[in-house]
Design a protein around this ligand. Structure first.
Ligand code: ADP
Ligand code: ZN
Ligand code: MG
Length: 490
């Protein structure tokens, strides 16, 4: 029988606010000495009282708006009780009854990347069931027969996003996750680095006979710390469950872990171990009301989202899907690109700006340079593109000029003028060069005229050398062809 996979995604996104959700400790803990960013509140000491982080609330609402959610302007906090050493209070403060955001949807362009990049994609909408704000737990490290706990992460604001079961392949899961990742980064509300645990996801997955609308028994996959692991673990489960079902077996409702090294899922616990969280209203925090003015203030932070931008780059600017994706992966890159291309650019100029950024700029930044620290300004790249267009410099000179611009921040015009790099377009000057080249290579000229046409490149090379690379290649080509051809006719 042929089966189809149904996936609903639960994910957690850490917010990169300055302070934690319910205390003043720093929320950006990465790399800090364990247990140095804690206080009685995030250590769960008896009697320590929580306070609210306004920015975390705003960031959550903003994310909800980006996900086209309804916003609950009246919410309250609840205690979710369970015992685990990474949760010092014995409960987590969260939202249950009234999630801050609910009933939204996210649009995706889904692409099958398994065969490399291709332009075949389809549009897809995934419904968002809810997105609520809660606090992160501490972090456990298991070392032999002891476990170490670091509470620096305890109390970091965390948004949980839950989708409807609308995802029907590993590719769609990948597209969904990277879209959320892009949106979080665009809004500047988190790093969304899966490798650092700033974005974590748990696919809920079941199989059903293709064409059926009923849901099968679901499993939940945990411990995924890369986009690749998400795709691989889903593919693995589809295969495992298909084999199981075809052999007459039944899927059990369990929680699975992903063993990245072995590339297999491992059972962690079964449904019988399900917790009773005993949710009840948090007595130490007042309910939260968001008025219209505050809501408006938050909405004003909503910017053009990555997918909209990528689609606009394709439809209005004529860029390929690939170029559009590369340039919109980071809002700073997109802004840089738009400034380099300039207002109402021609398709050629758009393409030139895209090429310069994705090849030369990215290559020069490879040494770990952040875009904010790049000395060359996008308008300066625009000027360089103008110089190439006007044939003031040829493309190979332009590339070394750009390296120089990257290193010094000087303008293209200044570098070209100071180094005398201007392209030689003057026909009389270049004719003299061509005559000199032919006169200096009588045997090559004879061979060429005897039919060795591939020697043409040799003459071009000699002419370029004679002009220190500044000759206009097109003019030189024409002149060389004319001189070599004309002579053969005499
Ligand atoms: P639970 O109560 O077991 O946590 P929920 O109804 O809260 O289940 O759903 C959790 C997530 O699992 C949601 O993202 C939902 O879309 C997804 N989900 C629910 N049922 C299924 C199913 N049969 N197959 C795949 N995903 C499912
Ligand atoms: Zn604290
Ligand atoms: Mg649930």
């Amino acid at each position: 029988m042929e089966y189809e996979v149904v996936i609903g995604m639960e994910m957690h996104v850490e917010l990169n606010t300055t302070s934690k959700m319910f205390c003043a400790c720093p929320a950006r803990f990465f790399g800090a000495e364990p247990n140095t960013q804690t206080c009685p509140t995030c250590l769960g000491m008896p009697g320590a009282l929580p306070t609210l982080n306004r920015r975390a609330i705003e960031d959550t609402v903003l994310l909800g708006m980006a996900l086209n959610c309804q916003i609950n302007t009246h919410t309250f906090w609840e205690r979710k009780s369970y015992w685990y050493p990474d949760l010092p209070k014995g409960y987590q403060i969260t939202q249950y009854e009234y999630p801050m955001c609910h009933d939204g949807a996210i649009d995706l362009d889904v692409r099958d990347l398994s065969n490399g990049w291709n332009d075949v994609s389809y549009a897809k909408r995934v419904r968002i069931r809810r997105a609520h704000l809660e606090e992160d737990t501490g972090k456990l490290t298991h070392a032999g027969d002891v476990s170490l706990v670091d509470y620096n992460r305890s109390g970091v604001p965390l948004v949980e996003i839950v989708t409807e079961p609308d995802i029907f392949s590993a590719h769609e899961a990948y597209a969904y996750l990277s879209a959320i990742q892009d949106i979080v980064r665009y809004l500047g509300i988190g790093t969304a680095d899966m490798e650092k645990g700033a974005l974590r996801c748990e696919p809920n997955l079941s199989l059903r006979p293709r064409g059926s609308s009923a849901f099968g028994t679901k499993v939940e996959i945990k411990n995924l710390n890369s986009l690749r692991a998400v795709r691989d673990s889903i593919a693995f489960e589809i295969e495992r469950q298909t084999a199981l079902l075809n052999a007459g077996g039944r899927v059990r409702q369990v929680t699975l872990g992903w063993d990245d090294a072995r590339g297999v899922t491992v059972e962690q616990r079964s449904k019988e171990d399900a917790h009773d969280y005993r949710y009840f209203p948090e007595p130490d925090l007042p309910p939260l009301d968001i008025d219209a003015a505050w809501l408006g203030e938050i909405r004003s932070r909503l910017i053009e989202l990555p997918l909209d931008k990528a689609r606009r780059y394709q439809s209005a600017l004529g860029l390929s899907a690939y170029d559009a994706a590369v340039l919109t992966s980071d809002p700073a890159i997109a802004a840089w690109f738009e400034r380099a291309a300039g207002p109402s650019p021609t398709p050629a100029r758009v393409k030139a700006a895209a090429n310069w950024i994705s090849t030369d700029l990215f290559r020069l930044m490879k040494g770990g340079v952040a875009l904010a620290d790049v000395k060359v300004q996008p308008e300066q790249l625009g000027e360089l593109i103008d110089l190439v267009d006007a044939k003031t410099v040829n493309i190979s000179t332009a590339r070394s000029v750009f390296e120089e611009m990257f290193a010094s921040g000087q303008s293209a015009g200044a570098i070209v003028a100071a180094k005398g790099l201007g392209q030689i377009n003057d026909v009389a000057t270049l004719s003299t060069v061509v005559d000199g080249v032919l006169a200096a290579s009588p045997s090559q000229v004879a061979q060429y005229r005897a039919g060795q046409e591939k020697l043409f490149g040799y003459f071009v090379g000699q002419a370029m050398k004679a002009t220190q690379g500044k000759g206009n290649a097109q003019v030189l080509n024409t002149l060389l062809r004319r001189a070599l051809g004309a002579a053969s006719q005499t």
